[in-house]
Ligand binder design. Structure first.
Ligand SMILES: [Zn+2]
Length: 382
């Protein structure tokens, strides 16, 4: 692995750091990193790694760029909306550093392809936004003995670590043996995220990758960094390997990849979806609103600040956060359709009201987002 004169000029600020030097820069060039996700975390990770001279970056992402991504996913520009994220990422990365080889994997990582995707790379970086992919990435990295540089973000808080049982540290399952019940931890789409936050957490991940590549410094193996942007506070937890861990413990029970959607409690897509008796469509909701004789009332269970962003005429607000105190305002014998942003919180509200003896409660599938897409485009989609 040699550096040409252009590369020596490009990386000169690295070359004069004694901890990096020519030998370290050659190691960075020789390194290959698989970045799972080209979103909020993947953006700063891939851009800084490319700029720093990582020789090969793989990008796994099956999604396309959406307007709501641009607030934080700085790999993509306004002109990229609708394009493949992996292709948009490759263009941006090569614009920063044409010496970086970018391999795009325009696919969804799964139990079938994860080992083949990860095997050719030295280091894996987790930029995913869901639990099924996070456990899948963890298990595949443990099986293949690849360091898994982990980061996650929500609202104003983030965390980062390096999971590498083969280097003496714990894995993600040692820290979180069980996924949270579906719907308990909101996604960034549901809970929101400060646009700068993935920049900070992603840069911590990129720093760890460069340290792993050159073999210098003290890595985050065995440590979890917690960051709170509102307080501007960093905390650190020591992590221990769990000898009972099902994947990296002394007697592992998971030796090959499993069904992670099932493990995380997500119902598999059925080929011919049956109508869910708990759900109604936005078209059915529209009928209920137009025809009061049906005796069906629609209630919006989103929060006040969301109601200020967008609302539907004639639909009263009763936020989920106040439902426990205020459900007696509703009549247990009336039929209700419950509405939230995309349908997860209204499902929780439905379950709660049923426990309180409400017999005729249903959840509006797809929430106000589906209403905006299918019924009335004048209702802002957020
Ligand atoms: Zn473990």
């Amino acid at each position: 692995m040699e550096l040409n004169n252009d590369e020596i000029r490009r990386y000169s600020r690295h070359l004069i750091l004694p901890e990096v030097g020519l030998a370290g820069q050659k190691k960075i060039k020789a390194a290959s990193v698989l970045c799972i996700g080209a979103g909020g975390l993947g953006s700063p990770i891939a851009m800084y790694l490319a700029a720093a001279g990582i020789g090969k970056i793989g990008i796994v992402d099956f999604d396309t760029v959406d307007f709501s991504n641009l607030q934080r996913q700085i790999l993509h520009t306004d002109a990229d909306v609708g394009r493949s994220k992996a292709e948009s990422a490759k263009e941006t990365i090569n614009g920063i550093n044409p010496h970086c080889e970018v391999v795009i994997h325009n696919t969804r990582i799964s139990s079938e392809n994860a080992l083949d995707l990860i095997r050719p790379y030295d280091i894996v970086v987790d930029g995913t936004d869901n639990f099924a992919t996070r456990y899948l990435t963890n298990d595949a990295c443990v099986i293949l003995k690849k360091p898994n540089v982990y980061g996650s973000i929500l609202r104003f808080e983030g965390q980062a670590s390096v999971f590498a049982p083969h280097l003496g540290g714990p894995c993600y399952r040692c820290l979180y043996p069980e996924p949270p019940p579906p719907g308990m931890v909101p996604s960034c789409a549901e809970g929101g995220v400060l646009g700068v936050l993935p920049g900070i957490v992603g840069c911590i991940q990129a720093t760890e990758i460069l340290k792993l590549a050159i073999g210098k410094g003290t890595s985050l193996v065995g440590r979890l960094v917690l960051f709170d942007a509102l307080k501007m506070e960093f905390k650190e937890l020591k992590l221990r390997r769990d000898p009972q861990c099902p994947v990296c413990g002394e007697h592992p029970t998971i030796k090959e990849l499993i069904d992670y959607e099932q493990f995380c409690g997500i119902a598999p897509d059925v080929a011919a979806p049956q109508a869910n008796p708990d759900e109604v469509t936005v078209q059915e909701m529209q009928r209920a609103l137009k025809d009061p004789k049906l005796g069906i009332k629609v209630v919006d269970v989103r929060e006040m600040f969301e109601h200020e962003i967008s609302r539907i005429d004639g639909v009263p607000l009763l936020p989920l956060s106040e439902l426990r105190q205020r459900f007696t305002e509703l009549d247990p014998n009336t039929q209700y359709y419950l509405l939230c942003k995309v349908g997860a919180r209204s499902h929780q509200a439905m379950e709660f009201l049923r426990q309180q003896g409400f017999k005729y409660v249903k959840n509006v599938k797809g929430g106000i987002v589906a209403w905006s897409d299918e019924i009335d485009r004048n209702v802002p989609r957020y």
